[in-house]
Write a protein that binds this ligand. Structure first.
Ligand SMILES: C[S@@+](CC[C@H](N)C(=O)[O-])C[C@H]1O[C@@H](n2cnc3c(N)ncnc32)[C@H](O)[C@@H]1O
Length: 235
């Protein structure tokens, strides 16, 4: 009889502080022999791997990098080779965990791998372990509740147009803009027109030692904002 396939986990490892990892994430990562992590092709060291490295010993683990480029993230072109390697381990009955920064189902590259696996390898058991998203962590660090009662929250990535933001600012109580660093300057006039500059807070690297929180004009002019920054505007 064929050996049963290993389980493929998608594990959220939280926004940065390893103490924000769940007990379940830690327990699974201690146990699995193979850990996969997303690696931006032109980027820094994987943030997810840096978080896990501070929480559990990585010696003896097989580490598999999944390279992602913006252009091929969805198609699998860049990470297919890595996935083939992982499929070999899974077929041998070994459990593998794909770690993702924040939550795995919130704007994560893991979603591309998850959907590919579900479609092409439906017999492989997959389990997703939620994590503390940078959205929740940033709100907590900035002291800005996201929503109460009937309030509405919009979450969006930076691939938006300023006119779209204008509409959202009118109809939503809180908006959270991820991947915002490159468009901060474009947002400033729109927020000023609506009298909302002072309501904007930029959180960079939430829960990490280098965390920065800035408000209003200082937030919108922030030159140290990097990829791991998001903006919350609560009316
Ligand atoms: C591809 S999305 C991943 C989101 C992640 N899955 C989550 O649940 O937080 C990357 C964006 O999340 C935001 N982000 C991730 N980590 C962050 C942190 N520690 N502090 C502030 N923003 C963060 C930034 O806006 C970044 O551009």
């Amino acid at each position: 009889m064929n050996k049963p396939w290993g389980r493929f986990y998608g594990i959220g490892v939280g926004p940065g502080d390893p103490e924000l990892m769940t007990l379940k994430a830690i327990q699974i990562l201690h146990r699995v022999p193979v850990i996969c992590y997303p690696q931006a092709v032109a980027g820094d060291r994987s943030m997810a791997l840096a978080i896990v490295d501070r929480a559990i010993p990585l010696e003896g683990k097989v580490l598999v990098a999944f390279p992602f480029t913006m252009s091929s993230a969805n198609s699998g072109v860049s990470w297919q080779k890595a996935l083939n390697k992982v499929l070999t381990y899974l077929q041998e009955g070994k459990d593998c965990a794909f770690i993702t920064e924040g939550d795995p189902f919130t704007y994560s590259t893991f979603i591309y791998v998850y959907e590919y696996m579900r479609h092409h390898y439906p017999h492989v058991p997959v389990e997703v372990v939620p994590g503390v998203s940078s959205v929740m962590a940033s709100a907590a660090r900035a002291g800005v509740p996201l929503a109460v009662g009937k309030e509405r929250v919009a979450l969006l990535p930076a691939l938006y147009h300023v006119t779209e933001i204008s509409h959202l600012l009118d109809h939503w109580d809180t908006i959270v803009l991820l991947k915002v660093n490159r468009v901060l300057a474009d947002l400033a006039p729109e927020l000023a027109r609506k009298g909302l500059v002072e309501k904007a807070v930029l959180v960079r690297r939430a829960t990490l030692p280098e965390e920065q929180i800035s408000w209003g004009h200082e937030a919108l002019r922030n030159e140290t904002a990097d990829y791991f920054s998001l903006l919350i505007v609560r009316r």
